[in-house]
Design a protein around this ligand. Structure first.
Ligand code: ATP
Length: 474
């Protein structure tokens, strides 16, 4: 992780927010290359979702009517239990605190709390499974927090406060008066902007079920624990799609979207062995099924996308809370009903980080270490570098002209400084998939060499074919 974070900063992918003031926890800024890559990622998602017949797009506002969040259940339920250490004032989310205990600590806690049962040697797997069963309810967790779990910061036991529910939505006020009547929330998910527009989109687009609505945009969560770079931040971007279906057809489409979404990651270059499904055993009361796609980050497996079968809960609740019908009229059967929903919900910034981690590599080439990002050409911030071998005999002019031509279609980069090998390495490090070099042969036959990033193989192609070549690869 450290290497990736440092490359991200050095080469201008991601900076700490407000760094000159010491940074703001849980917030990050995308630099020149980062913004290109993030846009490419969002574009890849947008195309896969909306360049088809049955999904429409929207871009809803971040601030919404406060009743939206009552209807969605988030004012009451979007909370995490949290404790403070009375000694050192550190604050923790209880579930994270429990998850992050080392195996040894888990063993100690089990021994302390259930001395007769956990005296001797136990297999590691038994400790893990016993720990999660014994501490699966609030009462035992509270007990363990009071007696046996040490504060990770100061190491003291018995110093935690009672757990308190903490709402993760950021609050602010509309208009000049800061009172409770004027409270609004920064959306913590993009999904509700889709639900409240269901009828608008359906009647404007004349879509028939099944159809979906996609949206990507900022979301905000006042996370208690922000860590692991872009994994859990307070401001992030989501890409969500709600697919509306006839009740009874939800299982079929749930399977369909699970497959589609896994395929999306694989087609953008992720390896199957770095992805896995996680099935939710504990479901929200309205959910029929939920699976996460997890990626193997350097610090362990972590969710990057959730695929949820959400019944008619969201539209049904908005109907109740707003008093406006959220029913679909089926012209064939002449029935009116609230559609069921399959949701696909992926973090743009979290999957950006997953793609960075998946593509980062170090390899020995002719006795030298080469750092390379094996990014899919679609995601790579720069699609190509144009390099004159030397700055004379008109090579630089040709390369400049080629750059200008290509810039009508792609983000490409002109570089004439330093030895060619070093220039290749600089491009490898930021994931540029192709380098086109203008050399003395170009002056004679209008061909250039293409050097491919991953194989480092070179071939000559006609200069007039470069645009086509790139289009095809991307
Ligand atoms: P987690 O428990 O891992 O924070 P979650 O289950 O609350 O995630 P969802 O509410 O299902 O996540 O959100 C869908 C997606 O949005 C996640 O898969 C993740 O990619 C992204 N996401 C959620 N919270 C954050 C965050 N704080 N920072 C970055 N991305 C996030």
């Amino acid at each position: 992780m450290e290497k990736i974070v440092s490359l991200a900063k050095r080469r201008g992918f991601v900076f700490q927010s407000s760094e000159i003031y010491g940074g703001l926890n849980g917030c990050w800024d995308y630099g020149p290359l980062g913004v290109e890559m993030l846009n490419n990622l969002k574009q890849a998602w947008w195309r896969s979702m909306t360049f088809r017949d049955d999904v429409e797009g929207v871009d809803a506002s971040i601030l919404m009517h406060p009743r939206v969040w009552e209807a969605s259940g988030h004012v009451a339920n979007f909370t995490d239990p949290m404790v403070d250490c009375k000694q050192c004032k550190a604050r923790y989310r209880v579930d994270v605190l429990m998850d992050e205990l080392s195996l040894k600590k888990k063993k100690d806690i089990l021994r302390e709390m259930f001395p007769t049962e956990f005296e001797g040697q136990q297999k590691d797997e038994r400790i893990e499974s016993e720990f999660s069963t014994r501490f699966s309810n609030e009462a035992t967790v509270t007990d363990a927090l009071k007696k046996s779990i040490p504060c990770p910061n100061c190491g003291n036991k018995g110093t935690f406060t009672e757990a308190r529910q903490f709402n993760l939505m950021f609050k602010t006020f509309v208009g000049p008066v800061e009172d409770t009547n004027n409270v609004v929330y920064l959306r913590h998910e993009t999904a509700q902007g889709i639900f409240v527009n269901f009828m608008n989109v359906q009647s404007a687009s004349r879509q028939k079920l099944p159809f979906g609505i996609a949206q990507s945009g900022k979301a905000f969560r006042n996370e208690i624990n922000t860590k692991n770079f872009l994994f859990r931040t307070r401001e992030f971007e989501q890409m969500e799609m709600q697919y509306f279906v006839k009740p009874g057809e939800e299982d079929k489409f749930f399977e369909y979207w699970r497959e589609e979404r896994m395929k999306w990651f694989l087609e953008l270059g992720m390896k199957q062995e770095n992805l896995q499904w996680h099935k939710h055993e504990k479901l929200a009361h309205y959910a029929k099924a939920a699976f996460d796609i997890e990626f193997k980050f350097p610090f362990g497996w972590g969710e990057i996308e959730g695929i949820h079968s959400r019944t008619d809960f969201d539209l049904g609740n908005h109907e109740k809370f707003s008093g406006k019908a959220m029913k679909y009229f089926d012209e064939q059967t002449k029935e009116k009903f609230v559609p069921f929903v399959i949701e696909t919900s992926v973090g743009a910034s979290r999957s950006f980080m997953a793609f960075l981690c998946a593509s980062y590599d170090e390899e020995m080439v002719e006795g030298e270490m080469r750092t390379v990002l094996h990014l899919h050409p679609k995601l790579a911030p720069m699609k190509a570098a144009i390099l004159p071998l030397v700055n004379r005999d008109g090579m630089d002019d040709i390369a400049h002209n080629m750059t200008k031509d290509l810039q009508k279609y792609f983000r490409v980069f002109y570089d004439d400084s330093g030895a060619i090998g070093r220039r290749y390495r600089r491009q490898d490090e930021i994931g540029t998939p192709y380098c086109f070099t203008v050399d003395s042969q170009t002056l004679q036959d209008q061909t250039v060499t293409v050097r491919e990033r991953d194989s480092m193989r070179q071939e000559r192609i006609a200069m007039s074919k470069v645009k086509e070549y790139l289009l095809e690869k991307i």
